[in-house]
Design a protein around this ligand. Sequence first.
Ligand SMILES: Nc1ncnc2c1ncn2[C@@H]1O[C@H](COP(=O)(O)OP(=O)(O)OP(=O)(O)O)[C@@H](O)[C@H]1O
Ligand SMILES: [Mg+2]
Ligand SMILES: [Zn+2]
Length: 567
Amino acid sequence: MRFSRVTVPTLKEKPAEAEISSHELLLRAGMMRSVAAGIYTMLPLGSRALGKIEGIVREEMNAAGALEVVLPSLHPAEPWECSGRWQAYGPEMMRMKDRAGRDFCLAPTAEELINMTVGRTAPSYRDLPVNLYQIQTKFRDEIRPRFGLLRGREFRMKDAYSFHADAEDLDRTYRRMYEAYSAVARRCSLAVKVVEAATGLIGGDESHEFMVVSDVGEDVLVYCENCDYGANAELEEHKPGVTFGADSQPLEEVATPSLVTVEEVADFLGVTAKGVLKCVLYVVGGEPLAVFVPGYRGVSEAKLAKALRTTDFHVMREDERELCTAVTPGFTGPVGLEGVRLLFDLEVKGAKGLVCGANKPDYHLKGAQEGRDFTAEPLADVAGVLEGDLCLRCDGALRIARGIEIGHIFKPGTKYSSSLKIEFTDRDGVLRPIIMGTYGIGTSRLLQTVVEQHHDEAGIRWPKAVAPLPVEIIVVAPERSEQTEAATRLESELMDLGFEPLLDDREASPGVKFNDADLVGLPVQVVVGKKLADGKVDLKTRYTGERRDVPLEAAAEEIERTIAEAP
Ligand SMILES: Nc1ncnc2c1ncn2[C@@H]1O[C@H](COP(=O)(O)OP(=O)(O)OP(=O)(O)O)[C@@H](O)[C@H]1O
Ligand SMILES: [Mg+2]
Ligand SMILES: [Zn+2]
């Protein structure tokens, strides 16, 4: 491949649209160009890298016993209506009508369609299990497309679907896919934390997300330093803290004029947030709810949703206060509070010496004690986790990190087969709903994640397994025929060895070419320049920056070795 401005259009300046390094580098290194928000064209090098990643995914899927298929991207509405997701998906689904006015969508995922495919003829238990996958463009009209390929509106995903006669068989395939996903991450030089995840729109019981720890990740995960516990922060579990509250004290009312926040009240009364019981007022399905959590923690709305079994709630707004005259916003406490539904975090049980609202304007109580002055009921795990909280399983310290979700595996079980009536005949000839597993990995998101994890000031540092090409040859002065000849000879020798090089034959200054080579980031660089007078070329490993001269005659073999040794 030749480095002309057309094939690798590098940019000197940071494009305005890029907020994070990997997005900036993919644009600047000429790997891709943006077309519209969340929509990209992959240029020759970017397309190669994506192909490498998808090749790895394909190999691991095949090794796990999955079979490749190609489903359409354009889906009729009917199966989606049957499963209820035509409505549930909402505006994230790209919808359209055909010329006859029939509804279609550009597929965001394919559970419905694959069920239709497998279920066409009620299979027998003898045909199961079956595991089918595709690597396809997906469409989601994301509310906030951002960070380039990390959250696109048109993106690439490998989606696999397995079908089983019983839960044990699903477990076996689920494990194999779990291992395959771990292998994909390893081969792409990505360290992943596998965490327990919420099942969301797809539904079902067990679910795991494959997370790459990164500050630019949009997810928050919690993991144990000591054991392999890990969970999305939306459903983490931690040991209730033991330091909430203080010693037992008599109950006392104190004036706290216009002091409403935990910090203001704590400062005024000379205590810390660990001594304050915080109340957050919500409106749940039109009804008020007072949620009490330790003042040094927040309410986790994801955990609250789980406890309430609904997502139909929000923090009470000013204009909703007439909903409930029993509460005094800013001064709400559990002592003597009636006429409103209450919910307490687990940690409130047994707490003493608490500061809390007195249920009248400008007053708080000191010394409130659970069990004596109020009863913490009902109880639920609704408080957010804090760094250093203890692991429920092993008492190890929990850590909180941001993560990029590269893959997600689920067990929807019979969710789709029941609504879509996809059945199989069991050993006794009885028709039963088929049991399903679903497995997704975002290949374009994965591509950018590799760049996010593997770059430096100068540019991308492609790990060789996913590098678009293995080596770049830089011709320092293409107008000097001996350099161009040596470089083209080396190019064809490398091709014979199976390594396609990128040849920078541009009429540009050496500095520009060296900078671009670092920016584009192929694993090995070869400089054909002045040293040719001594019969030598210069080799550089991009990842480590190590360089050495090698004789031109031995260059191809030396490059082969250097590539083999590169990260
Ligand atoms: N908008 C997107 N752009 C790029 N990749 C995506 C996008 N949405 C999902 N993916 C990828 O597809 C995989 C499987 O899709 P799934 O439906 O499980 O994602 P999701 O839970 O909606 O992800 P997210 O929480 O990031 O929106 C994800 O793990 C991710 O790698
Ligand atoms: Mg999503
Ligand atoms: Zn642990």
